[in-house]
Design a protein around this ligand. Structure first.
Ligand SMILES: [Zn+2]
Length: 260
């Protein structure tokens, strides 16, 4: 990734520097909106020079929200996905959206649905706590606004109440959550950092983002997280399932939803 004008990100493709989206959410998951310029717009979605929208990946669902044009029009973003080319992020618009006036260079404000993202961040960080509590490889993961599930490669039984208590303890201990970037060489020298069998960290940019929950968990992860385990709040294990001989599935829910 090279620096471009106005901080615009560039990706080297076939020796050419191609503009891609500056991924603001990687450095600051608390950002809810940003100004951006359109790179391309069409029925397939809208690409921007920078965005706060997280594209579905690493098990985490994509963001929803809105693109607000300077004439006041609001376009609803129903989901965010990665495009076919490396670094492409597509903001998917609601069916029938009016793309009039949306051309390369058009400035707008990109704003995510804060409640949905907050849920993703709380559940996502809670899945890291689960990884710390269950010392087995992960072979599946899904994080949505309503629940999160994590599949562990193991055949021992798991105790639902004990896991809920373990999560509650780590939340109460208020561990700081931080990301940093390490080189691919450093990752190769520490293969134990890769906890997930199904999601390998993205390669080819020379660096890998790792997520550290101080004293609890450290692993490559590109997702969005809360800044402290205390911000996870009341998350409980709602179900433990034996999916196969070597897979135990753990499902997380918000305690407030379970009570409500
Ligand atoms: Zn993560």
């Amino acid at each position: 990734m090279l620096a471009g004008p106005r901080g615009g990100a560039r990706y080297l493709r076939n020796g050419r520097a191609v503009p891609v989206t500056d991924e603001l959410f990687r450095e600051d998951a608390a950002l809810l909106e940003c100004r951006a310029r359109v790179l391309a717009a069409g029925a397939h979605g809208v690409r921007l020079d920078r965005t706060v929208f997280y594209p579905q990946g690493g098990g985490q669902a994509g963001d929803a929200g809105a693109l607000q044009l300077d004439d006041g029009r609001i376009l609803t973003v129903i989901d965010t996905r990665k495009g076919e080319a490396p670094g492409e992020i597509l903001h998917l618009l609601a069916e029938g959206s009016d793309l009039t006036g949306l051309r390369p260079g058009t400035e707008l404000t990109a704003r995510i649905n804060a409640a949905r993202r907050r849920a993703h961040m709380r559940f996502h960080t809670a899945t890291h706590l689960l990884c710390a509590l269950v010392p087995h490889a992960v072979n599946g993961c899904s994080i949505t606004a309503g629940y999160a599930r994590l599949d562990f490669h193991m055949n021992e039984p798991l105790d639902k109440e004990a896991l809920s208590a373990g999560i509650a303890r780590l939340v109460a201990e208020a561990h700081p959550v931080q990301h940093r970037w390490i080189s691919e060489a450093e990752l190769d020298a520490n293969p134990q950092l890769v906890r997930s069998m199904s999601v390998q960290p993205p390669r080819g940019q020379g660096r890998v983002r790792v997520l550290e929950i101080e004293g609890v968990d450290l692993q490559p992860c590109g997702g969005t997280h809360v800044a402290n385990t205390a911000d996870i709040g009341a998350v409980i294990v709602t179900k433990v399932e034996k999916k196969s001989a070597m897979t135990r599935r753990v499902i997380l829910g918000f305690a407030e939803a379970a009570e409500g």
